[in-house]
Design a protein around this ligand. Structure first.
Ligand SMILES: O=C(O)c1ccccc1N[C@@H]1O[C@H](COP(=O)(O)O)[C@@H](O)[C@H]1O
Length: 219
């Protein structure tokens, strides 16, 4: 059984090529000025073209207004929009209708109670993403390299399609995949040599660890 992988926060051709070589199902671009992974719609559009037809492209935004989403969608032509802020169910539905694109809605998880909001988004968002709640004082809502207690996900209703994210790396991905049975996984800072700097060697090592974990999954 193969687990789809999203490599997020790409800024260079080398990083895109490493993600594609590893077999990424999704590649993500961050549109959030405070992030070391922030990229312009124009530059992301060029990288997205390089990956077109080989991986699905994801534009990651945080409480973006329509004007910013217009600019990103026009420049990148993404396959998905990832909403990583406090977007309401109404806002998710509005964005889906306006852009005609599938939406991945991110949730910040620290404790079991954080799953309470999730049910409202099932059937509204196309996919859910579970990330760790940012540490106190963090500037970023994601990309902090922090993991949450994955056992919390055992409280999820069965059959929910989601991406597991937050602090994943080659060292913990086996435990994450086998422990949660996550339908898909997402990594950003765990394949970086420095904040915002993807390391092709770490990307390759992450894929190797994922493939080893897949061998241990029940058929
Ligand atoms: O990566 C960022 O800088 C970022 C900024 C704003 C919103 C989301 C961001 N990243 C997302 O965070 C998760 C997990 O990242 P990590 O592996 O813990 O570093 C991932 O979904 C990214 O899309």
């Amino acid at each position: 059984m193969s687990v789809p992988v999203k490599i997020c926060g790409l800024k260079t051709e080398e990083a895109v090529d490493a993600a594609l070589k590893g077999g990424a199902a999704y590649i993500g671009f961050i549109f959030f000025p405070k992030s070391p992974r922030n990229i312009t719609p124009r530059d992301a559009g060029l990288l997205a073209e390089r990956a077109r037809g080989r991986a699905r492209t994801v534009a990651v935004t945080v409480n973006a207004d329509d004007a910013l989403l217009d600019e990103i969608v026009a420049g990148v032509k993404p396959d998905y929009l990832q909403l990583h802020g406090k977007e309401s169910t109404e806002r998710v539905a509005q964005i889906k209708e306006r852009f005609g694109l599938p939406v991945i809605k991110a949730f910040a998880i620290r404790e079991a109670a954080d799953l309470a909001a999730v049910r409202d988004y099932v059937g509204v968002a196309d996919q859910l993403l579970f990330d760790a709640k940012p540490p106190p004082g963090a500037e970023l809502p994601g990309g902090n390299g922090v993991a949450f207690d994955w056992s919390i996900l055992s409280g999820l209703d069965g059959g929910i399609d989601y991406l597991l994210s937050g602090g994943l790396n080659a060292g913990n991905i086996s435990e994450a995949i086998i422990g949660t049975g996550a339908p898909a996984i997402d990594v950003s800072s765990g394949v970086e040599g420095a904040p915002g700097e993807k390391d092709p060697g770490l990307i390759a090592g992450f894929f190797e660890a994922v493939r080893r974990a897949e061998q241990r999954l029940p058929a």
